[in-house]
Design a binder for this molecule. Sequence first.
Ligand SMILES: [Mg+2]
Length: 219
Amino acid sequence: MTIKAILFDMDGVLIDAKDWHYEALNRALELFGMPISRLDHLTSFDGLPTRRKLELLSLDRGLPRELHEFINELKQKYTMEIVHTRCSPRFVHEYALAKLKARGYRLAVCSNSIRLTVRTMMEKAALAKYLDLMVSNEDVTHGKPDPEMYLRAIETFNIRPEECLVVEDNENGIRAAKAAGAHLLVVQSVDDVTFDSITDRIAEVEIEKQKAISEEPRA
Ligand SMILES: [Mg+2]
């Protein structure tokens, strides 16, 4: 078996939370008259940790840095409110993770969100029980696009990067997965994350590997 572990990004992969983070941060930013437009969100902010987003707002639009801590706390509070009202299980994901786990794959979620958000979202989505590991931005020094999160999971599972399949939906995560040396399944939305899409990609990886072995020059 070439692939031994599947590492999932959370937002946009296991949880349709892109809009939640956007809404929560904007609710906080609106108090200071500095909301992020949807276009800016999609083109430059999506997938970054909140602290990085606030740093960009300070650089680009002069948001006072003294407000970062307060806005960050408000944003996390608003996010949890949204999670508690809107986050619920999706059968397709429960089915996929249960079957993959039964097949012996190690499963992890690696997310730029804070630990409490990751844990709560995974519990509310009824996926926590299938996961061997949850890596949040509080567990690493550098969030994605840095590969540290994925490398942490790879190291914890005591496997090699090429034995991992990373499921990602956006540029920052894709960069992190590539830099970690893992195989990739890129999805457009949470709807693309199914048992079949994952096992099809694993089968492709196995075929690529067989091909590479058969093409190796023989001594
Ligand atoms: Mg994502």
